[in-house]
Design a protein around this ligand. Structure first.
Ligand code: TXA
Ligand code: MG
Length: 337
């Protein structure tokens, strides 16, 4: 049985004991809930992969309580990395840095780099401090599923597989941290996230963004071949390009007429019109901050309504739009442009 406890000084102390003893604790960060274990304990880290059903080839992020702790993990911090850490930590930026041998190879999937960040959440910081250890933590969901932004999402995915969930309420950013490779010149965003490209560029100048693996535009290939991640259970279609809203409306009409229960993830401005059609509409909110905060919860909610199909449009690439687009593209069965 997994304990689900409201985070306070007593339950954080209990969680820290579990981490020190080699157990697994899910905890809130400002982005999504993490599934934490002692990053320096090979056996404890192994339990993360088992609990999530995660392949060992997918390396983990190590969480610290402050930049001063970084010498426990990395060989060197470049001037650019130092500036970024000082500017954005604590916060949703993960830096890829050369690792020390003390970091188990399982954490880094045998790479000679380690992913590090300082989360901007009082519960996460208190837990790392109380444990006195760096905490390795991927998002606290079953592998391939939507990331959890509430303790209840974690419970749904991992009950019986982990020791404790600390409930610190819904997370504020809602999409994961930005993963930045600072060893390449210019630095390269491997995963867009809570710290936007514009924010990074205002501090260190131009950065590049790793291109996303393209999915076939036509037909439904075998699910095993998809770069499917962050995904709801229902089939999901993402509409992009200038005609996205129109095309979405046409698909809605067609699939509703065919008797399918259609769910839509919609910004507030378009939700009213879509609700009139009888579709199940989840309102993401008025702006990109709100859309990011609610995107995963929306996918989970539509799954619970038992919809056959989820429709969503692209929200552009400015600011958090890029991270939202990345997650929607991976969650979608198909992108229609
Ligand atoms: O916001 C977040 O980053 C959340 C919270 C819990 O901190 N964590 C998270 O972890 O999203 P996870 O495991 O779901 O994603 C880690 C990402 C993966 O895309 C992984 O490939 C990348 O970081 N990563 C980890 N170590 C790496 C390395 N050494 N080189 C390149 N990419 C790395
Ligand atoms: Mg994840």
């Amino acid at each position: 049985m997994t304990k689900l406890l409201t985070a306070d000084s007593n339950t954080i102390a209990e969680a820290a004991q579990i981490i020190r003893a080699g157990g697994l604790v899910a905890f809130p960060t400002e982005t999504v809930y993490g599934l934490g274990a002692n990053a320096l304990d090979l056996n404890a880290v192994g339990k993360i992969f088992t609990a999530k059903g995660r392949p060992a080839a997918d390396p983990l992020i190590v969480h610290l309580s402050g930049l001063d702790q970084i010498t426990r993990l990395v060989r060197s911090v470049s001037p650019a990395a130092q500036t970024l850490a000082e500017t954005f930590w604590p916060g949703p930026l993960t830096l890829i840095l050369p690792k020390l041998p003390e970091v188990p190879d399982l954490v880094t999937s045998d790479l000679d780099t380690v992913a590090v960040r300082v989360p901007d959440h009082p519960v996460a910081l208190a837990l790392i401090q109380a444990a006195g250890l760096p905490i390795a933590a991927p998002s606290a969901n079953r592998f391939g599923h939507t990331s959890p932004t509430t303790a209840q999402h974690v419970f749904h995915d991992l009950d019986g597989r982990i020791d404790l969930i600390l409930d610190g309420g819904a997370t504020s950013i809602g999409v994961e941290s930005t993963v930045l490779d600072v060893s390449s010149n210019p630095p390269r965003i491997l995963r867009p996230g809570g710290v936007t490209r514009e924010m990074l560029e205002s501090v260190i100048g131009p950065v590049t963004v790793l291109g996303q693996r393209k999915k076939p535009e036509k037909g439904l290939p075998s699910p095993g071949l998809l770069e499917k991640h962050y995904a709801p259970r229902a089939e999901m279609l993402l509409f992009s390009g200038d005609n996205a809203r129109k095309t979405l409306a046409a698909y809605l009409t067609e699939h509703s007429a065919a008797g399918r229960k259609v769910g839509i993830l919609a910004a507030d401005e378009e939700a009213g019109e879509l609700e009139k059609t009888g579709a199940v509409v989840y309102r993401l909110g008025p702006d990109l901050n709100s859309i990011a905060r609610h995107i995963y919860a929306g996918m989970r909610w539509l799954d619970r309504q038992g919809v056959d199909l989820i429709l969503c449009r692209d929200f552009g690439e400015n600011g958090l739009g890029l991270a939202i687009r990345d997650r929607l593209t991976r969650a979608a069965t198909k992108v229609i442009s």
